[in-house]
Design a protein around this ligand. Sequence first.
Ligand code: SAJ
Length: 427
Amino acid sequence: MWNTWEGGKVLKDKISNRQARIEVLGLGYIGLPTAILFAKAGFNVTGIDVNEKVVNAVNNGKTHIVEPDLDELVRRVIESNKFNVYPTPQRADVFLICVPTPITEDKKADLSYVKSAAKSLIPVLEKENLVILESTVPPKTTENILIPVLEQSGLKAGKDIYVAHCPERVLPGKILREAVENDRIIGGVDEISTDLAAELYNTFVKGKIIKTDATTAEMCKLVENTYRDINIAFANELSMLCDELGIDVWKLIEFANKHPRVNILQPGPGVGGHCIAVDPWFIVEKFPEDAKLIKTAREVNDAKPGWIVNKIEKMVESIDNANPTIGILGLTYKPDVDDIRESPSLKIVNSLISKGYEVKACDPYVNDNKVNFSLTGVDNIIEDCDIIVLLVDHKRFKESEVKEKIINSGKPILDMKGIFTKGVNNR
Ligand code: SAJ
């Protein structure tokens, strides 16, 4: 196969003997661990980030991300001189674009970072380079947006350069393990691009490498997160129905899941993070009329924080205190991570504050400087608050000593993760 295009063979050989120079654009939650894994696999890796603070921190062996084992690995690869970080692109054999793709106010994909990363490559791009897009993007972005920008260099995709989409699929909190163990979908714009990208990931991925085309790979990534969003929306809808019925949603789901073909996910304060709460909109953007179920699920999950605020207001009405202090446990978008992006819990706190409520919040993973209100410890929440609202099931809150203190406080509890009272309607 490699004989059909001599160029492919040269890069393939460079990859197999670890002589290909790899450059990662965007050293965030995905780019930094990916760069480290390639360096660990024996490649010389260059990291590029437009944020000077990130460049300095990583060059000094430090990370700006909380992720198990990442600190130590960054320090080691920097010390071994396998990894160097710069603010602007350098020449390389393989470029990986790992930049954010947020959504705009009107729920459209903001591809400005992808476009500017691709543009920044134009001066350094050379014949027979491989460009891989890892960022999550709407279907057809690789073909219709990335390639036209890269081709401004005068090099043609499929003729002079290789291009592939290889979406990341790792779970924050388990990134280093999942990046190695998960199966990987690789979609090139032609067969040779797919094969070269597969060859590259094979150097550290232990999961299966699945080859396809770029558009299928783009859609596959979106569909995985959309599947989860729809399932969580179902659980969240059930939790609201069960609240009306006065039954315990956690027990209901546990019992229904005893059926061999039922596996309902867990309700909570809504869906947060920068993936599941975002990616389904990329499908809706492309199919505004036809992606009905996907859109409704997004709306159900997005409405959950508002429903919780209403619930808290009803609790306030039912207690004998005109100015109660509401204690919030958990601010991050999910347990045991430091990430508060798109966090439903944060939306709930801000909404309560804007309605004039006295709010105290506690999160073992969040610093005061990340939020616009002050934080306190669990003990203070228990002592000083009149209503306790559990929004994130961090390990710390599940410790029996903490749980007992909260339950024994006798204060009204709204438990949105079913760890104290087993049921949103139980106080
Ligand atoms: N959530 C629930 N109930 C559940 C599970 C999750 O309410 O039963 C909530 C969480 O609390 C959180 C949100 O959903 O707010 C998303 O959390 P998550 O752990 O399901 O997923 P993410 O966003 O951290 O990572 C997802 C993963 N996708 C899938 O599991 C299909 C990960 O593999 C992707 O790589 C990642 O998105 C991404 O980067 O796209």
